[in-house]
Write a protein that binds this ligand. Structure first.
Ligand code: NGO
Length: 517
């Protein structure tokens, strides 16, 4: 009896402690989980006297300081300013600077907090940016609120050293099945950036719509951009709007990968230009959700002119190293036509100076050096790619598709690859998923959100959250330190942040949602 009373009070005390602010740095719930967290004694307090100091005269580091100020100012109401430091460190401030530390690589950072100052260092600006995401998560959740909140704004002392497992940590947004406004893409970018993801793949064309202005082929958007799933009016990005997305992403150290899917998934283009069809007749616009019925005419020269023009313009607009050529589900293209087509398209892209990514079917062709295979369906294709020396991006549909429903009660999304509850989304390791494909063969991970059933930002958020932080952690944190039972508690602690950021998330019963005081 006494024993059970004791046990009971112990558990109650533990639960109470969880609800209060963590007293030690290592008790703070961070996603993705850092490489190392060493707590120390003391507490740093941010006040209205604090400032953010950058210790080099670098416009880029200044911008990162400004980004941090913009994140902290609304809720604290402090109006923190970014200043250039002269050398000495003064109490109450946050310092950002670049310094050589090979282990941290291009994206890692070290964050040192003591009662006096916060010091964030990295080799590269991208590392500072990632460190800032950690600083955000170390403050109470209401730091994310858009209006002034009650403090205190304290950080526990200690040192965090952190760097990613994989260089490529992405999300895909299908803007073709349903079109999403620039503002929605930007919000998606902000939400991924908060979890240190660094790639946004935009699926810009499909049977139902063409979403990017191509100056040499204006009917692609005039006709092909006009439709979407369900028959409502579609839309497209002008080149200026696309450039604006690219810039916004770059300021958050996120690479944009544009995808033009081919030779299948091309009805919007085939409806816009009769000459791209083998019979010379334009198809009708399509607003259904079937896949695999369309193909560019692989035997016509004009097709390759089209491909060169489209990727030529996209290469000019895209500073990132990759162009995605799709290549999936070309069910009405004969294999004997598909293979030479993919081979030739790889050369066309290579001529623009960019590297090719394609869905796993492209491994049926002869892969050029620097072509990447995105595994989504067939492990056999991914292995074929690896045998040809290609690196793989891991997006297994049954674990990583953000459009899969959580369970049978989810109204949005699809379930052709099964249901993906939050634990299933988290509980896998890219490096052991396909026998014979190890970490050395993998560029990284990407979680795609296809939009057959997704029509607006709130729906995007519902499919993203709470799974997206899990994909971010799979990409960033070493598998040895990961387990669902430990992760789910950290995820539960993010609930307050989701609320503060006004994220419409799925409140999975598998997650112990904790709300801070
Ligand atoms: C497949 C298909 C897409 C669908 C998606 C739906 C790939 C690579 N091709 O994934 O066209 O939208 O499933 O989950």
């Amino acid at each position: 009896m006494l024993r059970s009373i004791l046990m009971f009070s112990l558990i109650t005390l533990q639960t109470m402690a969880m609800a209060l602010s963590p007293a030690v740095l290592s008790d703070v719930s961070l996603i993705p989980k850092p490489v190392s967290v060493i707590p120390a004694n003391g507490t740093f307090k941010l006040t209205d006297k604090s400032a953010i100091f950058v210790t080099v005269e670098s416009p880029e580091v200044k911008m990162i300081g400004k980004y941090l100020a913009d994140k902290l100012n609304p809720a604290t109401g402090f109006g923190l300013e970014v200043k250039t430091a002269t050398g000495d460190h003064y109490a109450g401030n946050i310092y950002l600077f670049l310094s050589a530390d090979a282990q941290l690589g291009n994206e890692g950072y070290q964050l040192t907090i003591n009662a006096e100052v916060v010091t964030l260092t990295a080799n590269k600006p991208a590392g500072l940016f990632n460190g800032i995401q950690t600083i955000r998560q170390l403050f109470p959740s209401n730091i994310e609120m858009a209006s002034k909140q009650q403090g205190p704004w304290e950080l526990q002392a200690g040192t965090i050293r952190d760097y990613p497992e994989y260089a490529f940590r992405g999300v895909m947004l299908d803007v073709a099945r349903h079109f999403f406004q620039v503002e929605d893409v930007k919000r998606s970018i902000d939400l991924m950036a908060a979890y240190k993801m660094n790639v946004m793949h935009l699926h810009l064309s499909d049977d139902q719509g063409w979403r990017i202005e191509i100056k040499k082929w204006p009917k692609l958007t005039a006709i092909g951009g006009s439709s979407q799933v369900g028959g409502e009016k579609g839309g497209f990005y002008t080149q200026e709007q696309y450039a604006d997305i690219v810039k916004y992403a770059a300021e958050r150290y996120i690479t944009i990968i544009p995808e033009i899917d081919m030779p299948g998934h091309t009805n919007a283009a085939l409806a816009s230009y009769p000459e791209l069809n083998c019979n010379g007749k334009a198809t009708k616009l399509y607003s259904g959700t079937k896949v695999g019925f369309s193909t560019l005419c692989t035997k016509k020269e004009i097709t390759y002119q089209f491909v060169a023009d489209v990727f030529g313009e996209l290469a000019t607009l895209t500073p990132g190293p990759y162009l995605h050529i799709g290549g999936d589900e070309s069910h009405v293209t004969k294999l004997a036509d598909y293979i030479p087509f993919v081979n030739r398209v790889q050369d066309i892209v290579a001529a623009t100076g960019k590297q090719v990514i394609g869905w796993d079917e492209i491994a049926l062709s002869t892969l050029k050096p620097n072509t990447f295979v995105q595994f989504w369906a067939k492990a056999e294709n991914a292995s074929k790619g690896v045998k040809q020396g290609a690196k793989v991006i891991m997006s297994p549909a049954a674990n990583a598709y953000l459009d899969m429903q959580y369970d049978a009660t989810t109204t949005l999304g699809l379930h052709w690859a099964g249901y993906i509850e939050v634990d299933k989304g988290y509980n896998w390791d890219p490096a052991t998923f396909v026998p014979g494909i190890g970490k050395e063969n993998i560029l990284g991970i990407e979680a795609p959100l296809w939009s057959e059933t997704i029509t607006n930002m709130k729906e995007i958020e519902y499919m993203f959250f709470p799974r997206l932080p899990g994909y971010a952690e799979i990409g960033w944190s070493a598998p040895a330190g990961r387990s669902w039972d430990e992760y789910k508690v950290r995820l539960g602690s993010q609930g307050g942040r989701f609320k503060a950021l006004d994220i419409n998330y799925y409140p999975s019963k598998l997650v112990p949602w904790a709300v801070e005081k």
